[in-house]
Design a protein around this ligand. Structure first.
Ligand code: F6P
Length: 319
């Protein structure tokens, strides 16, 4: 049995640990594994090479993805997917393991529906925006990176007596903001999933200043319609407190994965190898509680993500 593996979309810390687990899991079951470079783009371009046990040595701790990644418009077309299928067939590849976010798993679903090839999706994205799994590979690392940055910013904000609005990643999902905000002791958290009250935020900052608080931290997800700069200018105007902005950006996507992400990636990768060996139907692999689960791919992608909006209330209650 020959299996293809790729990473696609935005990279996430822990993807390498996951690649390692899938490759070694499949090899130990007697399968041959082929690395597809630069995601679906590489599948169409036939950028495919056989991997062995040494190909994935010394990567468990490394951020990014050794298979590299890309976004592919051609793969959104039937024509592009047939081309990719022909390339897989020319290598004798009969099953595909894809690691990535919503776009990657949706691409895998379309590919599976069109060609009949079995596709197993692993959730690799810092955004934690997939409804069928409690958490995604890379999320824990991204949150810890953001929390460390919030700590540093807090030091200087305190010393200077400032308010700082920190923008974290998350186009449609506010999970990084919610976890980093709560863990970082923020005054308030703004996420795309919930309306915010800007006057309430101003009142929180003013109340903090009135009781002698030296700084205020507001965490905002990038997907919130109001720009970070506009929010900071408004806060400064209404509270009279000097207000700065920090955009954490891609720093959240890189770095060595946390132990939690490495463990999650390894467990999920091994599960993928088991499904391939069993010839199971196309599925998305996730975690529910402490159990690694496999959900039919179509069903998994229809499950709605629940947002921990209660974290905002907890944050406010702890002021
Ligand atoms: O990986 C997810 C994510 O980090 C989003 O939060 C962000 O909006 C997006 O990727 C940006 O990715 P890129 O600029 O690489 O397309």
């Amino acid at each position: 049995m020959k299996v293809g593996i790729l990473t696609s979309g935005g990279d996430a810390p822990g993807m390498n640990a996951c690649i390692r687990a899938v490759v070694r899991g499949c090899l130990s079951k007697g399968m041959d594994v082929f690395g597809i470079y630069q995601g679906y783009h590489g599948m169409i371009k036939d950028d495919i090479q056989q991997l062995n046990i040494a190909s994935v040595a010394d990567i468990i701790h490394r951020g990014g993805t050794i298979l590299r990644t890309a976004r592919s418009d051609s793969f959104r077309t039937e024509e592009g997917r047939w081309k990719a299928y022909e390339n897989l067939k020319s290598h004798g590849i009969e099953a595909l393991v894809v690691i990535g976010g919503d776009g990657t798993l949706s691409g895998g679903r379309e590919f599976s529906k069109q060609t009949g090839m079995k596709v197993y999706g692993l959730p690799g994205t810092i955004d934690n925006d997939l409804g069928y799994t409690d958490t995604t590979i890379g999320f824990d690392t991204a949150v810890n990176t953001a929390v460390a940055a919030v700590g540093n910013i807090r030091d200087t904000s305190s010393s200077m007596g400032r308010t700082t609005v920190i923008e974290v990643m998350g186009r449609h999902c506010g999970d990084i903001a919610l976890y980093a905000g709560l863990a970082g002791g923020a005054e308030d958290i703004l996420i795309p999933e919930q309306a915010y009250d800007i006057d309430k935020i101003c009142d929180e900052v003013k109340a903090g200043v009135a009781r002698g608080k030296l700084h205020s931290i507001i965490i905002k997800a990038e997907g919130v319609a109001l720009s970070t700069q506009a929010l900071a200018e408004f806060l400064e105007l209404k509270t009279g407190c000097e207000t700065k902005t920090v955009l954490l950006g891609y720093i959240q996507r890189g770095g060595s994965p946390t132990a939690r992400d490495r463990v999650l990636a390894s467990r999920m990768g091994i599960k993928a190898a088991e499904l391939v060996e069993q010839g199971a139907e196309s599925a998305a692999i996730g975690i529910h509680g402490d159990e690694i689960i496999a959900v039919p791919l179509e069903e998994a992608l229809q499950m709605k993500k629940k947002s921990h909006t209660d974290f905002i209330e907890i944050c406010n209650a702890l002021l």
